[in-house]
Design a protein. Structure first.
Ligand SMILES: [Fe+2]
Ligand SMILES: [Fe+2]
Length: 337
């Protein structure tokens, strides 16, 4: 699939879009575009199902080349994303992740784990469940606070005690822990049986991670800038409040290039003896201060070690490091907690 300057348009057939990128199937369903669209074009299908065509295309195109928006959309007045449609899309995505995707992965994980090592299986599941709880909280905050706030804005009301900057500041990437899990299973899980099942759950985790990253990017680079613009409009022209339902898009799509790949050398990824000690302390539940005291180093040095460990292993959370420590025999399972 070539990514060269691909830009979906309203006169293309919906089926062509799906052929070009099957990941669009999930985008379509979140917009409420159901299957069975036959030979309909994007615009026909959207109009028939009351979906804002431009908003759908904006997301579909953003998905292809995450950074295209800022350059492309400057001065065409008809280019307007509907915030209502966008919020609907984001809410549907939340439902998809929480009620379908994450539970499915859990079920597959449950089937794939090797119960001859039951403690390890238990820890991995516990790690996963804690992660899902975090995602649940993250999304509940967006549903109950952020989207509600924007709905008020869309009605022309500006709540005093909130602004989108608060969300922007605290909004974090929720896929990071999933990437921890992926690292643990791919690199360290001693799988003797169930290899096909393990692979299948890994595929799901990879695709869920991509999907979550896209979701967060849409929130950061499309949703937040639109809301900011709306806030500004409400402040500057209060008499026009009731009219403002749609906004011209000027997102600040920042091109964050993640994970620049460098040549791998063994040393870069192998833990030093001191780092192994730190990992084992993390697994035993020590705080940074306690580790510093035990190892006769400064807390600052502990933090530097932890940063290096995260970089080398691609595991960032204490729970993930605990699993790593067990698998690599840096601690005994009884020593934990
Ligand atoms: Fe979200
Ligand atoms: Fe989010």
């Amino acid at each position: 699939m070539s990514n060269m300057k691909k830009q979906y348009t309203e006169n293309q057939k919906l089926s062509e879009l799906v052929c070009a990128n099957y990941n669009l199937l999930s985008v379509m369903s979140r917009f409420g575009l159901s299957l069975g669209f036959g030979e309909q074009t994007v615009r026909m299908a959207c109009e028939k199902q009351h979906v804002d065509t431009y908003t759908f295309l904006a997301i579909a195109n953003y998905m292809e080349k995450r950074t295209s928006f800022d350059e492309a959309s400057d001065d065409s007045p008809e280019r307007a994303i509907s915030l209502e449609t966008l919020i609907f899309y984001l809410q549907q995505a939340h439902i998809y992740f929480l009620d379908f995707n994450l539970p499915t992965i859990r079920r597959k994980l449950l089937d794939a784990l090797d119960y001859s090592q039951s403690e390890l299986a238990f820890l991995i599941l516990k790690f996963y469940d804690e992660y899902v709880n975090e995602v649940r909280k993250h999304m509940a905050y967006e549903d109950k606070v952020v989207f509600k706030y924007v709905s008020s804005l869309l009605k022309g009301e500006k709540p005093e005690n909130y602004h989108i900057g608060i969300f922007e500041e605290k909004h974090d990437q929720i896929a990071e822990k999933l990437s921890d899990l992926k690292s643990i299973i791919t690199k360290y899980y001693p799988s003797h049986a169930n290899i096909h099942q393990i692979n299948s759950v890994l595929f799901d985790i990879y695709s869920c991670e991509n999907d979550l990253n896209l979701h967060c990017d849409v929130e950061d680079n499309i949703f937040v800038p639109l809301v900011k613009k709306l806030e500004k409009e409400l402040e500057s022209e209060p008499e026009k409040r009731m009219q403002i339902v749609k906004n011209i898009l000027h997102p600040n799509a920042s091109n964050v290039s993640k994970g620049a790949t460098t040549e791998a050398t063994d040393e870069q990824y192998t833990l030093s003896e001191r780092e192994k000690e730190i990992v084992s302390c993390v697994a035993k539940g020590y705080t940074n201060k306690e580790m510093a005291d035990k190892l006769f180093i400064s807390a600052h040095t502990v933090i530097t070690h932890r940063r290096n460990i995260a970089r080398k292993l691609q595991i960032h959370s204490p729970a993930g490091l605990t699993i790593y420590a067990i698998v690599n025999k840096l601690v005994e399972i009884q020593e934990i907690r």
